[in-house]
Each structure stands twice: as structure tokens, then as C-alpha cells.
Design a protein around this ligand. Structure first.
Ligand SMILES: Cc1cc2nc3c(=O)[nH]c(=O)nc-3n(C[C@H](O)[C@H](O)[C@H](O)COP(=O)(O)O)c2cc1C
Length: 172
């Protein structure tokens, strides 16, 4: 699939079928996350694959998540692990760990789309509760959870602003 085809076709999927995700497809999605760039190539990341229905239910019940966490056959929990060699604040003033994770997540969502699978980036959850359920060390940050699975193909398409509204040349 062309990159632009995946960029145009991917949508956030908020309702999942119980159909299991094939191991080969899951591995391709994880590989996409592994290949993403990271600041200093530090690769301070850990992807937790949650497939156990009891664990998904516990996350859903304790972390205040949407039903898709229980519904999707797989939930990818993207964790930023500590970088002991570099400051989290970059010279530009931004912190790097959520950016690193966002790139991994974006790569994973696009690969999932190419595999015929749906995903949705989630930010609405209590990270401390997720850490407790999954025994994640205190110094690790849970940046997002991404449900992964098949869907019925009817999610609405959300518009984007036209390019001339978001692009300028040579000055703001
Ligand atoms: C940083 C971030 C946080 C998000 N958090 C949630 C969330 O908690 N729950 C949810 O249903 N969708 C969440 N989304 C999905 C957005 O609502 C969705 O990407 C946006 O509406 C555009 O739709 P599309 O992905 O179908 O193009 C999040 C997306 C991003 C990038």
C-alpha cells in the first residue's frame, strides 16, 4: 500500500469486533513501532501487549477508559522508559518522551491500517491506575493505550482543515 493511501484511509476506530488479531499481523504492527525514530535514537520504549480479557477489564474498570479497551482483542500500552543519558527537555524547549511515543504510535496505527486492522490513540485514562494494573515501575510513563482489532467499517470520517489554513511560507 502507498503511504498516502494509508494516511488518507486510516481513521480512529471506536468499536471493535471480537475477532482475534492474527499473530503475524500483530508482529508487523509491533515492528512498525520498533522502527520509528526517537530522539538520540535512544529507543526508550516498551510496548505492553494486553490480550487477557481479565486484565483489559481491570484496566477499563480502574483507569476510567472507554469501552473499546475491553472490546478490542488487543490493547497496546505504549510506555516511555527513562533515558538515563539525556535530559527529557530538548534544546527547543519541548520534552522528548511523548514525541518519541507518538511517532511509534503513528507508525503502528498506519501499519495496522495496512493490515486491515483498526486502532485509536487514547489519552483519556488514568495512567497511575494502568501502571498499578500492569505492574509498571513508577519511573516509566504510560503515554497512550491503542486498542487494535477488526471493526465493521462504519466509523465516521473526520474532516481536516484545508492546507491553506494550516500552512504558510517563510513566516508565520
Ligand atoms: C493525542 C490524542 C489523544 C486522543 N485521545 C482520544 C481518547 O481518549 N478517546 C478517543 O476516543 N479518541 C481519542 N483520540 C482520537 C481523536 O479523537 C481522533 O484522532 C480525531 O478525532 C481525528 O479522527 P481520525 O483519527 O478518525 O482522523 C485521540 C487522538 C490523539 C491524537
Amino acid at each position: 500500500m502507498e503511504v498516502m493511501e494509508a494516511l488518507k484511509g486510516r481513521q480512529s476506530v471506536k468499536s471493535y469486533l471480537p475477532t482475534p488479531v492474527e499473530e503475524e499481523k500483530l508482529q508487523k504492527v509491533l515492528e512498525a513501532g520498533r522502527l520509528a525514530p526517537s530522539s538520540y535514537n535512544s529507543q526508550c520504549r516498551k510496548f505492553i501487549v494486553v490480550t487477557d480479557p481479565a486484565v483489559k477489564k481491570e484496566i477499563h474498570d480502574k483507569a476510567g477508559t472507554q469501552p473499546m479497551i475491553e472490546q478490542a482483542p488487543v490493547v497496546l500500552v505504549l510506555c516511555a522508559t527513562p533515558d538515563t543519558e539525556h535530559e527529557d527537555a530538548m534544546p527547543c524547549g519541548e520534552v522528548k518522551h511523548p514525541i518519541d511515543m507518538a511517532l511509534s504510535g503513528a507508525y503502528m496505527m498506519l501499519e495496522a491500517y495496512d493490515q486491515g486492522l483498526g486502532t485509536c490513540w487514547l489519552g483519556a485514562f488514568n495512567a497511575d491506575a494502568v501502571k498499578e494494573v500492569l505492574h509498571i515501575p513508577a519511573e516509566v510513563k504510560v503515554v497512550t493505550m491503542i486498542p487494535l482489532g477488526y471493526h465493521d467499517g462504519t466509523q465516521p470520517r473526520r474532516d481536516r482543515k484545508p492546507v491553506d489554513e494550516i500552512v504558510s511560507y517563510n513566516a508565520f
